[in-house]
Design a protein around this ligand. Structure first.
Ligand SMILES: [Ca+2]
Ligand SMILES: [Ca+2]
Length: 86
């Protein structure tokens, strides 16, 4: 059930990202460090969604705003930068 919820969050943010293509100087949200922000970064953040610093599935790179937890705010930043390439 929880995984299903995450799927819909990812889907919603993907659609949101497509509708708002904003240009930024640096790429925040490039979780896997491949130089672009795409669905793989959202998927990585989704895998760590709800985790806190110190948890086994916590991914520091997915904690985009570096507040010690991976939540909707991190996904929002990734979604906002979706499609950006460095
Ligand atoms: Ca990436
Ligand atoms: Ca965070």
């Amino acid at each position: 059930m929880r995984k299903f919820g995450i799927f819909f969050i990812v889907l919603a943010f993907s659609l949101l990202a497509l509708s708002m293509r904003v240009t930024y100087a640096e790429i925040l949200g490039d979780v896997n460090g491949d130089g672009k922000v795409d669905i793989k970064d959202i998927a990585l953040a989704a895998l760590s969604y709800g985790s806190f610093s110190g948890y086994p599935n916590y991914n520091a790179r997915a904690d985009v705003n570096q507040d010690g937890t991976i939540d909707i705010r991190d996904l929002a930043i990734i979604a906002k930068n979706f499609g950006q390439a460095g």
